[in-house]
Design a protein around this ligand. Structure first.
Ligand code: NAP
Length: 286
C-alpha cells in the first residue's frame, strides 16, 4: 500500500475501501451479511488497510459487519475512519456516537473520526470541543470533517485545539466543482487547493461516480488503450496523482477490489493528467 503523509506525521493509505450500501443504505438490510463480511475480509487480504464507514450507513449495521470481518485481525494493522452524523453534533451526542461506533466495530479507538456533514443549527465550537475530548481520551487518533466548504473548515479549525487532518468530499473526474450534497460545491476551484496549501488530506468519495466513469468516453477510451489500464484505474490514478488526495472506492466484488488497487504502482504522465484536468465528462451523466 502507498501512503500520503502530512507534516504533523498523519499518514493514510492512498486507497481505502468505501462501505456505503454494505448491509443496507438508509435502513439495515441483513440479507447479504455473510457475503459482505466475506468481501471485507477479502479486501483486507488483498492489501486494503483503510476502511471508511459511518454510523449513518445502514443505521450502524455497516459498522457491525466491519466488526465481524475484523474480529480476528490485528487492529493496529488497520486504519478505520468513521463519521458522526450531522444530527448528533451536540457535545454529549458526539461522544456517545463515537462510543457506539467503537462498540459496533469492537475496536478500542477510531483512527480518524469525521463530522459527516455540517449542521448550521449546532454551534461548531460545541462539536469541536467533543471531538477534542475524544482525542484527549485516546478514543480517537485524528479528527476531520466531510462535506465541509472551505469557510466551514476554517471556522471549525479556529475553535479546535487539534488539527483537522482530512476533509472527505465528493470529488472525481466527473464531479469536479458540482457536488450532490448541499453546500458541497466549488471543490476543485476552492476546497482542493485550500487543503493542498494548508496541510489537509482530501479524501475523495465516489471516485468512479458509482460506475458512471466506466462508460465509454473518447478520452478515457484512448487512455485505456495507451496505458493498458481500465477506466476505473485511470479515474483513481488521476485522483491520487494529485497532492494530498487519497480515495475510497467502494466494492463488495473481489475482482473490482483488485482492479481498483491496480490504480497503484504506475503514473499517468503529467501531460495526460492535464488532459484529464481539461476534459469535460458531463456527457457520461446522460
Ligand atoms: N462523506 C460522504 O458524505 C460520502 C458520500 C458518498 C460516499 N462516501 C464514501 O465514499 C465511498 C465511495 O463512494 P460510493 O460508494 O458512493 O461510489 P464509488 O466508489 O464511486 O462506486 C461504487 C460502486 O461502483 C462499483 N464498482 C466499484 N469498483 C468497480 C470496478 N472496478 N468496476 C465496476 N464497478 C465497480 C461498486 O459495485 P461493486 O460493489 O459490485 O463492486 C459500487 O456499486 C462510499 O462507499 C463511502 O464510504 C462518503
Amino acid at each position: 500500500m502507498e501512503y500520503k503523509e502530512l507534516s504533523n506525521g498523519f499518514k493514510i493509505p492512498v486507497i481505502g475501501l468505501g462501505t456505503w450500501l454494505m448491509g443496507g443504505g438508509r435502513e439495515p438490510d441483513y440479507s447479504k451479511d455473510d457475503k459482505e463480511i466475506k468481501a471485507i475480509k477479502e479486501a483486507i487480504k488483498l492489501g486494503y488497510t483503510h476502511l471508511d464507514t459511518a454510523e449513518m450507513y445502514a443505521v450502524g449495521h455497516t459498522e457491525e459487519l466491519i466488526g465481524k470481518a475484523i474480529k480476528k485481525i490485528n487492529k493496529s494493522k488497520l486504519f478505520i475512519t468513521t463519521k458522526v452524523t450531522n444530527e448528533h453534533l451536540h457535545y454529549e451526542d458526539v461522544i456517545n456516537s463515537a462510543k457506539a461506533s467503537m462498540k459496533r466495530m469492537k475496536i478500542k479507538y477510531i483512527d480518524l473520526y469525521l463530522i459527516h456533514a455540517p449542521n448550521p443549527e449546532i454551534p461548531i465550537k460545541e462539536t469541536m470541543n467533543a471531538m477534542n475530548y475524544l482525542i484527549e481520551q485516546k478514543l480517537v487518533r485524528y479528527i476531520g470533517v466531510s462535506n465541509f466548504t472551505t469557510k466551514q473548515m476554517i471556522e471549525a479549525q479556529k475553535v479546535s485545539k487539534s488539527k483537522i487532518v482530512v476533509n472527505q468530499i465528493e470529488y472525481s473526474l466527473l464531479t469536479r466543482n458540482q457536488g450532490k450534497y448541499g453546500s458541497n460545491n466549488n471543490m476543485e476551484l476552492e476546497t482542493v487547493p485550500y487543503c493542498q496549501e494548508n496541510n489537509i488530506i482530501i479524501m475523495a468519495e465516489r471516485p468512479i461516480e458509482r460506475g458512471l466513469l466506466l462508460k465509454s468516453h473518447p478520452i478515457l477510451d484512448k487512455l485505456e488503450q495507451k496505458y493498458g489500464k481500465t477506466k476505473a484505474q485511470i479515474a483513481i490514478n488521476w485522483l491520487i496523482s494529485k497532492k494530498n488526495i487519497v480515495t475510497i472506492p467502494k466494492s463488495s466484488n473481489v475482482e473490482h477490489m483488485k482492479e481498483n488497487l491496480g490504480a497503484l504502482g504506475w503514473k499517468l504522465s503529467n501531460k495526460d493528467v492535464k488532459l484529464l484536468d481539461e476534459t469535460n465528462f458531463e456527457s457520461l451523466k446522460e
